[in-house]
Design a protein around this ligand. Structure first.
Ligand code: F6P
Length: 356
């Protein structure tokens, strides 16, 4: 059997342990297998940039961040034209796959990568997909790998901010990644004991945030930690068109969290308001033990699917099990936080404000 693997989209912790998991599983379950690495994600497949890998290549990478294969972003719109016709890029990938005699392609990626994976599958490529993203927004899996590690990093930042906020008696707004969803912010916010958590799924009002700051001062706390997701918006901002929002973002230096900082100061925050943006720190470094276990299990399950020649599936974590889910059932769907979900209610019970 000849298997190729690629990692595509933004990197995250866990890509290497997941590649290792697939490889270790394949060497056991499909004796004689040849594993090829595709360099730089889909771009590597377009350019036929494949190299034969050895079992040793997968040694010592369980703890390693990044991806030994490299990655690039290849938006879905560069794969398919309106009307469904494949672009030359997509055609090139399929041609290279067929020409090289590969039996299956293992793809590690997020939502955008998944769309292209499904497109390839629909066009005759034997695909197995592994869900990676710090954002945790992949539908059909309870959790994607990278999420736990990113929450750990984000929590680390919030914890550090906590002590300096307390020492100086300041308000800190900490903007966390997550694209269109608030999973990292919600979990890191709870883990760090943040006072206010602002997520895209619950539009907020700056006045409510200020009320929380004042209430904490009245209670003698004297500092406030606001964890805000990069995609969070006020109720007013939510009503804007995409164009209006983009121009607002431009004037706010590219991030809506800047606006929150300004609004809190303009509306009379009793304390200085500081903004912290940890950015890519959240995606870097070693995967947590929980992510290493998840990646290893997902990788082993992917190897099992390949050995059984079951393609067109995503491996997923559901409850205590690792299962396989048909790509067609999950593609194009986003896993958001339901505002009335138990975790939100529990956070509210703890006294956390969502600014609404
Ligand atoms: O999808 C992961 C993610 O880190 C998001 O949280 C963030 O919005 C985005 O990628 C950043 O993308 P890029 O790596 O292209 O700057």
């Amino acid at each position: 059997m000849k298997i190729a693997m690629l990692t595509s989209g933004g990197d995250c912790q866990g890509l290497n342990p997941a590649l290792r998991g697939v490889a270790k599983g394949l060497y056991r379950l499909a004796p004689g297998v040849e594993i090829y690495g595709v360099t730089g994600g889909y771009d590597g497949l377009v350019k036929n940039n494949l190299h034969l890998m050895k079992p040793e290549d997968f040694s010592g990478i369980l703890r390693q961040g990044g991806t030994i294969l490299g990655t690039t972003r290849q938006p879905f719109k560069t794969m398919v034209l309106e009307g469904g016709e494949l672009t030359s890029k997509a055609e090139q990938m399929i041609a290279n796959y067929q020409r090289s005699g590969i039996d299956a392609l293992v793809i590690l990626g997020g939502n955008g990568t998944q769309k292209t994976a499904n497109l390839l599958y629909e066009n005759g490529v034997n695909v197995v997909f592994l869900p990676k993203t710090i954002d945790n927004d992949i539908f059909g899996t309870d959790v994607s790998f990278g999420f736990d590690s990113a929450v750990a990093k984000a929590t680390d930042v919030l914890d550090a901010v906590h002590s300096t906020a307390e020492a100086h008696g300041r308000v800190f707004v900490v903007e966390l990644m997550g694209h269109k969803v608030g999973w990292i912010t919600l979990y890191a916010g709870i883990a760090s004991g943040s006072d206010v958590i602002l997520i895209p799924e619950i539009p907020y009002e700056p006045e409510r945030v200020l009320e929380e700051v004042n209430a904490r001062n009245m209670a003698g706390k004297g500092f406030t930690i606001v964890a805000i997701a990069e995609g969070a918006a006020t109720k007013d901002e939510r009503k804007l068109s995409k164009k209006q929002k983009n121009s607002l973002m431009d004037t706010a230096g590219g991030r809506l969290a800047n606006r929150l900082q300004e609004m809190l100061e303009e509306q009379g925050s009793p304390q200085e308001v500081k903004l912290v943006v940890p950015g890519y720190y959240q995606r870097g470094g070693e995967p947590t033990p929980t992510d290493r276990v998840l990646c290893s299990r997902l990788g082993a399950k992917a190897a099992e699917l390949i050995a059984e020649r079951r393609f067109g599936h995503m491996v997923a974590s559901v409850g205590a099990d690792i299962v396989s889910v048909p790509l067609k059932d999950v593609v194009g769907k986003l896993k958001v936080i339901e505002p009335d979900s138990p975790v939100i209610q529990e956070a509210r019970n703890l006294g956390i404000s969502f600014g609404d």
